[in-house]
Design a protein around this ligand. Structure first.
Ligand code: ATP
Length: 217
């Protein structure tokens, strides 16, 4: 039996939206992983305080990823951690949990690719996982926008979906054809105005937000 392939989608998910679902679905189609592991952040070090609680964000993620062709698990490890969260720590924990042979593919959007070199121990991320980045409107992927060391590392390590699926870590994949112009920031603003952003958020998530009176203030 071949070792498992786990796609990992981390984020604030404050709230989870159709851009996150599209990012996950894109790489589910491409990699056909054995599992999509969604990891809501506890205390993101580059962001201001989150508005929704950890348990609410977990529940919204559950609503959003209900119908996928592969099993989706929600990993609370970052929410449980009391100290600041760094992706490198999460990947180390995942590697310990899943063993040396499992393929671990970290999924990120272009905004994160543009600042990957500011992540703690960013070069060491490749010792634990592959990194798959996808385009996102407003965040260009060209040389002027992706830092040169990141672009070089991405080009040098580029792999095919099959290579990513069958090796444990160290490769990259750049998907340039995702174009979902949605951010959690604009959704929070819309909800605060009293709008119902139906086209931006899965219906079940909107229902949860309304039932629990989230993002009102
Ligand atoms: P905020 O507006 O609060 O900064 P966000 O919409 O960027 O939030 P996050 O939870 O920070 O959402 O994103 C989690 C991950 O999903 C990141 O890797 C991010 O790049 C990616 N992502 C978020 N929105 C999109 C999108 N529309 N298209 C592609 N990737 C996305």
């Amino acid at each position: 039996m071949r070792p498992p392939c786990i796609a990992v989608l981390g984020g604030s998910f404050d709230p989870v939206h159709n851009g996150h679902v599209a990012l996950g679905a894109y790489f589910i189609r491409l990699l056909v992983p054995d599992e999509l592991r969604v990891i809501p952040a506890g205390n993101p070090w580059q962001k201001q305080e989150l508005q929704a609680s950890g348990p609410d964000r977990v529940e919204m993620v559950r609503c959003a990823f209900g119908k996928q062709p592969v099993p989706v698990t929600i990993d609370r490890q970052e929410i449980r951690r009391h100290t600041a969260t760094y992706t490198i720590d999460t990947l180390r924990a995942l590697r310990t949990e899943l063993g040396p042979q499992a393929s671990i593919a970290l999924l990120i959007g272009a905004d994160q690719l543009q600042q990957l070199d500011s992540w703690r121990e960013w070069r060491q991320l490749f010792d634990y996982a592959h990194i798959c980045a996808a385009s996102r409107p407003g965040f260009a992927l060209d040389a002027g926008h992706v830092p040169e060391p990141v672009a070089r590392e991405f080009a040098r390590r580029a792999g095919t979906p099959e290579q990513l699926r069958t090796t444990p870590h160290g490769l990259t994949y750049l998907a340039t054809n995702l174009a979902v112009d949605i951010s959690a920031t604009e959704i929070r603003a819309a909800l605060q105005r009293g709008d119902r952003p139906e086209s931006l958020v899965p219906h079940a998530v909107l229902d949860y937000i309304e039932q629990h009176h989230l993002y009102k203030s």
